[in-house]
Write a protein that binds this ligand. Structure first.
Ligand code: PMP
Length: 428
């Protein structure tokens, strides 16, 4: 056990859990790879936690950060700064619809908290519909928004948050067997929820465009059009939580929501925004942003270092056509996962979009009983082979992968071989 792991166990909250029976201390990262304290190299197939989008230690991002630190490293939102204003202008040009005004913070939690407050103030209403299986943050309001019990172990005195059924096609809560008999009942559920659980009007419908930590559920075609249509019918705004799905991770588009034909009123992101630098954004339409009351302030929000990192990350994605790369390589990964599913009965479902691809493991394909122990076995074997994965799902039975946008087919093959070997071990 490394000294860092020993001290982590002694001096950090035990709730700050680490992956693996024998946790890893990471000391260096470059491109798609990271190294531990013993010098062992791993393919980082989860991109940090979907936080590193264009490769560890990307030279352009590093240079932008260093140049900014040398010039000025903190201004606070009380002063104008070119890095902040220019990034906000850039975001307005790549964000969908009428999203134009940004507020910068340092984490996805703050971004979503801001969005929920903004929606409640702009509409003058309390109720917000979120989704079962979702994750939205660690503050009281965002924790209440989460749809997974594991995160909600502390008392949550937050009123007005209701959870609709998730668009979880593999375990369709309405019994649809496949897309041929799907009538988007999960979206229709929002209407009944509003009619039965609220006063008949809501502040917002808030959803991850692909449910992330819940296990990468990709909503079916038409889902957001129907769900957002219902929310708007009852006066609600649409908040797109793009903390995991932005910056091209789903392939082809900057934002996950662009795979559906709807325009958010508020959109949040963090994680991959600054390629691993703490930075988050809440972008809203002027109609919403202009109603935000009083004065708001974030000490580290809009700090020039994070702004420079985010700007450089966006530039690299544009210069290297990484949205397209993510689409092509992500499709290849999706195909390879479907092939794995044919080979391994442990895989109940293989799903994803772009580089967000997951495998849901079950003990039995008929009963769909979750197989969390199998995930642990795959994790350990993949680690032994030098591949780091992500975990997810309310039952801990989903392997999540998030290769970086600049990964290629060799990284996909390396990832698939490790999981293939892990599943063989897990099946024994
Ligand atoms: N929303 C989603 C969809 C997330 O996945 C996360 C983090 N896992 C958050 C919000 C909260 O982000 P942070 O950890 O940066 O506060």
């Amino acid at each position: 056990m490394s000294d860092a792991v020993r001290k982590h166990r002694e001096f950090l909250f035990p709730a700050v859990a680490m992956y693996y029976q024998d946790p890893i201390e990471l000391v260096r990262g470059e491109g798609n790879y990271v190294w531990d304290d013993t010098g062992k190299r791993y393919l980082d197939a989860f991109g940090g936690v979907l936080t590193v989008s264009i490769g560890h230690a990307n030279p352009k991002v590093v240079e932008a950060i260093v140049a900014q630190v040398k010039q000025i490293s903190h201004t606070s939102t009380l002063y104008a700064s070119a890095p902040q204003s220019n990034l906000a202008e850039k975001l307005a040009s790549i964000a969908p619809g009428d999203l134009k005004k940004s507020f910068f913070t340092s984490s996805g939690t703050e971004a979503n908290e801001t969005a929920m407050n903004a929606a409640r103030v702009a509409t003058g209403r309390l109720d917000i519909i979120t989704l079962r299986h979702s994750y939205s943050g660690r503050s009281l309001q965002t924790l209440a928004g989460c749809g997974q019990s594991g995160w909600k172990k502390i008392p949550l005195p937050v009123a007005g948050i209701k959870h609709a059924h998730a668009p979880y096609c593999y375990r369709c809560p309405f019994g649809a067997k496949d897309s041929s008999n799907c009538s988007l009942e999960c979206a229709n559920d929002i209407e009944e929820l509003i009619q039965t659980e609220t006063g008949g009007e809501i502040a917002a419908f808030m959803a991850e465009t692909i449910i992330g930590s819940g296990g990468f559920m990709v909503p079916p075609p038409g889902y957001f059009e129907r769900a957002v249509g219902i929310a708007r019918k009852y006066g609600g705004l649409f908040i797109a939580d793009e903390v995991q799905t932005a910056w091209g991770r789903t392939g082809q588009h900057w934002w996950g929501i662009q795979h559906w034909d709807v325009k958010p009123d508020i959109m949040c992101s963090a994680k991959g925004m600054g390629n691993g630098t703490p930075v988050a954004m809440t972008i809203a339409t002027p109609a919403v942003a202009d109603k935000f009351p009083g004065i708001t302030f974030a000490t580290f929000g809009g700090n020039p270092i994070s702004m420079a990192a985010a700007r450089a990350t966006i530039e690299v994605i544009e210069e290297q056509s990484l949205l397209e790369n993510c689409k092509v390589v992500g499709a290849y990964l999706g195909e390879r996962f479907q092939q794995l599913k044919e080979k391994h009965p442990l895989i109940g479902d293989a799903r994803g979009l772009g580089m967000m691809q997951a495998l849901e493991l079950v003990k039995d394909r008929k009963t769909k009983e979750p197989a969390p122990q199998a995930v642990i076995a795959v994790f350990e074997e993949a680690k032994r082979r030098g591949v780091l994965l992500g975990k997810g799902g309310v039952w801990g039975n989903v392997i999540r992968t998030g290769l970086m946008l600049n990964a290629g087919k060799p990284q996909v093959d390396e990832l698939v071989e490790a999981i293939d070997a892990g599943l063989t071990v897990a099946a024994k």
